[in-house]
Design a protein around this ligand. Structure first.
Ligand code: ADP
Ligand code: MG
Length: 568
């Protein structure tokens, strides 16, 4: 009789479920498992911190709709991953976490790295389980993949005690599981679609909000058609950008606050009324605004605000049926009517302010000048990863996405440290699916620090990611070196250093020298242009561009500061 063991069974079960990538860090008790995964044909990428590995896995899941796996060791390894799991779960992205854990016969007597990992994971995932025997592993893998991808996507956790991985059994005792089919499309109740159409037809100031659920749903063709056939203004959320191109004339991002504040009927396509959309309430919305909510997740319906129409379904079919229902009513929103005039005026005045700031290229540079230069240098189809406070928020308004799923950022959980992991996933995705597409990772200097050592990972796996650091010497902002030295003179550094500061003029680009390469240190738009041009040509290694900006540079004046007020 042929013998097999837990490592082998797990590796084959993952392969049979179509899992192609594993991101992680090896150590006791998962070293043999990592080798078994490679032997089974999965791609394994070793990271420098488990959290970043989990960020990469979930971004790969968002980009491909198939969960990638995270592999980590027991105790601290899994605890590091939990930050990543929580981020995936909050973003509604699929990911499958595999946590080694201490041998079962050491539990309760102080085993090495002993920790109750199933319970620790449970609040941050849709499924958390420990297979009771090696023979049952394929059933748990099937269930984990199914739960991670069906309905609202999210995280799944499998706990793998050393004793389970080493358990030997006859191969004919191994349970068989079928590959999980693609998640089914959920069709809406057509009566609700008719109600939604009626509401939109009567609206004076309708608006479509396109969320990252629409991006995940691959509903771009239907959502684009809905916008084109109705002339309705639309507003993408940060990661809903590109489902309909940012350059579409019906995109009202540059009149965001006004659009939200004035609209009387808002169609939500895969976006939650959480802090990012100001809870759907005054003072950011009219008190009589009506929402038409479209979401795959029944539990999400009517959250924060009772929807006028709540449709539990996949976005693609709803957008298509709604476009049809509106066509039957001969509806199209008047492009020269008062609502569009109001939005156009607002867009124009906001654009003028931004243009003024971005043409001011005096040094030290401001954010707008930096992003304008980056935007002018980037290929149109580039994938953009971004994090940081102002770096991300201002960048989002200037860097355009004309394709869906081409922006990855701090997301619903507002997590810093995601950028490099996301960029690694994006680069692997491009290598497999779009070899000529570029990945750029635009980081605040503080955000970069959380996962900065993943630069080595990028080198090891030959990933041509352009990492850009927008460096203002601190969190939100720091000080120039003269002020910084003055503040800290004559006392204890920990007493005198403001909590938001980082070392002024840090030469992050010199990290490239660890790998025998040179980075770029830029103070002018011309230097940025040259650095980007050269970096975008590199095919088999990352590059790093460190851009110094005014440490006190800020955003343009906001009517509402969505940065601060929506978070309180
Ligand atoms: P954003 O941050 O862009 O506002 P959210 O993450 O808040 O987006 O909301 C995305 C929503 O999309 C979630 O409530 C999720 O349940 C939903 N969703 C995910 N996939 C689909 C799908 N295929 N069809 C419909 N809704 C989906
Ligand atoms: Mg900073």
């Amino acid at each position: 009789m042929a013998e097999t063991n837990g490592d082998q069974i797990l590796a084959e079960a993952l392969r049979d479920q179509g899992v192609r990538y594993v991101f992680g860090i090896v150590g006791h008790p998962v070293i043999e498992l990592a080798l078994a995964l490679q032997a089974a044909g999965l791609r394994y990428l070793g990271f420098r911190n488990e959290q970043a590995a989990c960020y990469a896995a979930q971004a790969h899941g968002f980009l491909t709709r198939k969960p990638a796996a995270v592999l980590c060791v027991s105790g601290p390894g899994l605890l590091h991953v939990i930050g990543g799991m929580a981020n995936a779960q909050m973003n509604c992205w699929p990911v499958l976490v595999l946590g080694g854990s201490c041998p079962q016969d050491h539990e309760g007597i102080g085993g090495f790295q002993e920790s109750n990992q199933v319970e620790a994971s449970r609040p941050h995932c849709k499924y958390a389980a420990r297979p009771a025997s090696a023979s049952l592993i394929p059933l748990h893998v099937e269930k984990a993949v199914r739960l991670a991808t069906y309905g609202r996507p999210g995280a799944a956790y499998l706990d793998l005690p050393a004793t389970l991985l080493k358990q030997s059994i006859d191969s004919d005792r191994v349970a068989r599981a079928r590959p999980v089919p693609e998640p089914p499309l959920v069709f809406p109740d057509t009566r609700l679609v008719e109600e939604a159409a009626d509401l939109l037809v009567c609206a004076k100031k309708p608006l479509i909000v396109v969320g990252k659920g629409a991006a995940y749903a691959r509903s771009e063709a239907q959502v684009r058609w809905l916008v084109e056939s109705t002339n309705l203004p639309f507003l993408p959320t940060p990661m809903g950008k590109g489902v309909v191109p940012d350059t579409d004339t019906r995109c009202v991002s540059s009149a965001r606050s006004a659009a939200l504040l004035q609209s009387d009927v808002v169609l939500l396509l895969g976006a939650r009324l959480n802090w990012m959309l100001h809870f759907g309430r005054p003072p950011r919305y009219r008190s009589d605004v009506q929402f038409i909510q479209v979401d795959i997740c029944a539990e999400e319906l009517h959250n924060s605000v009772t929807a006028g129409v709540a449709i539990q379904a996949s976005i693609g079919p709803v957008a298509e049926l709604l476009a049809e229902a509106l066509k039957n009513r001969r509806y199209s929103h008047d492009r020269n009517g008062p609502w569009w005039r109001e939005l156009d005026n607002k867009r124009n005045s906001n654009r003028e302010t931004v243009d003024r700031m971005s043409t001011d290229i005096s040094q030290p540079l401001n954010y707008y000048a930096v992003f304008k230069t980056i935007q002018d240098s980037l290929p149109d189809n580039c994938m953009i990863c971004s994090e940081g406070a102002n770096t991300m928020d201002i960048g989002r308004t200037i860097l355009l996405n004309n394709l869906p799923r081409h922006r990855l950022d701090a997301g619903t959980f507002g997590t810093m440290g995601v950028g490099l992991g996301f960029a690694i996933a994006a680069a692997l995705y491009c290598k497999d699916e779009h070899p000529n597409k570029k990945v750029i990772c635009i980081e605040g200097d503080s955000a970069f620090g959380f996962s900065g050592m993943e630069l080595e990972t990028m080198f090891r796996y030959k990933l041509p990611i352009v990492v850009v650091i927008v460096n203002n010497n601190g969190i939100y902002g720091g000080f120039d070196s003269e002020t910084y030295t003055g503040i800290r003179s004559g006392g204890e550094a920990s007493d005198l250093t403001p909590p938001n500061t980082l070392t002024p003029d840090a030469h992050y680009e010199k990290m490239m020298e660890l790998f025998g390469k040179k980075g770029y240190f830029c103070k002018s738009t011309e230097q940025i242009r040259i650095a980007l041009k050269e970096s975008l040509q590199i095919k088999d290694a990352p590059s790093l561009i460190n851009i110094m900006i005014n440490p006190q540079a800020d955003r343009k004046e906001q009517a509402f500061s969505w940065l601060t007020e929506s978070k309180l």
